[in-house]
Design a binder for this molecule. Sequence first.
Ligand SMILES: [Zn+2]
Length: 305
Amino acid sequence: MKILPSTIINFHAVGDSRWFESVLKLLLQLYRPVSSDQVYDHVSGRVKHRHSCHLTFDDGHLSFYTTVLPLITRYQVPVSLFLSPDVVESGRNFWFQEVAGFNPALLRKSVEEVVGQAFAQQALGVEALLKLLPVDQIHAVIRHYQQTHNLAPAPRRNINLAELDLIAKSPLVTLGAHTLTHPVLANETDTRSRDEIVQSVERLSRLLDRPVTTFAYPNGIPGFDFTQREQESLQQAGIKMAFSTWKRPLGSCSDILAVPRKSLTTGRPLFVAFKLLAGQHYYTLKQFLAGHDEVTQRKNLLKKK
Ligand SMILES: [Zn+2]
């Protein structure tokens, strides 16, 4: 029975194909799957649809090719995939994939040595702390850690050009841009922020030999991770629709360059169903139980700066 309001779901890496298949089956029971173009029609008010769902995948993780593509093909579900042309071409990992295997205490020490002791001592998880820095400084911290601990870069985590080529052939997949190096755009200078957006769109369009008209912000909370400055760059780059990570109902969306999405990463189908049914109340409850969240902590730190 389809009773839930239309929504956009966001995934990143999908490690477990059985989990993804069970979630896919649940979503198909609860919603009518729609394409990126249909989401555009809905959000821009041209053709409204009810109980619809669009699936999006950020980063271009290898699991999209190995796990997601076969299943969306079997169940004929249209999706969007947002990636960095720089990462696909170079085989380098995103900064957060590189630090994922680091020891948190030693990583904090590298932050301390590269950025300064006072900064590193902030009461914040080390990955959240890195999200306060411009991306070049994050890479300086990573180089420092790798040199200090004699560590090589991690193996490739994302799709390469040959895999992108095969994905691009699927009529079910709409490909969109996701910057070059995955910075928190609001931390960057005007020039760097614009280049990350415009160059990612141009390079991906060239790679695919077709226009790229959709985008997903890294992190992606409006007014915090990105602002009107980024939205102007998107318009310059010819982007028609951009996805945020704003956990608001799709029905309340009036900004086609900040379309809200709900994120799904783990959980049995029953929990996933609860999360979808509870909608906005799930996030209020989660924050209430935790007493805080990473974004509130980052906001508080920025206020103190
Ligand atoms: Zn991302």
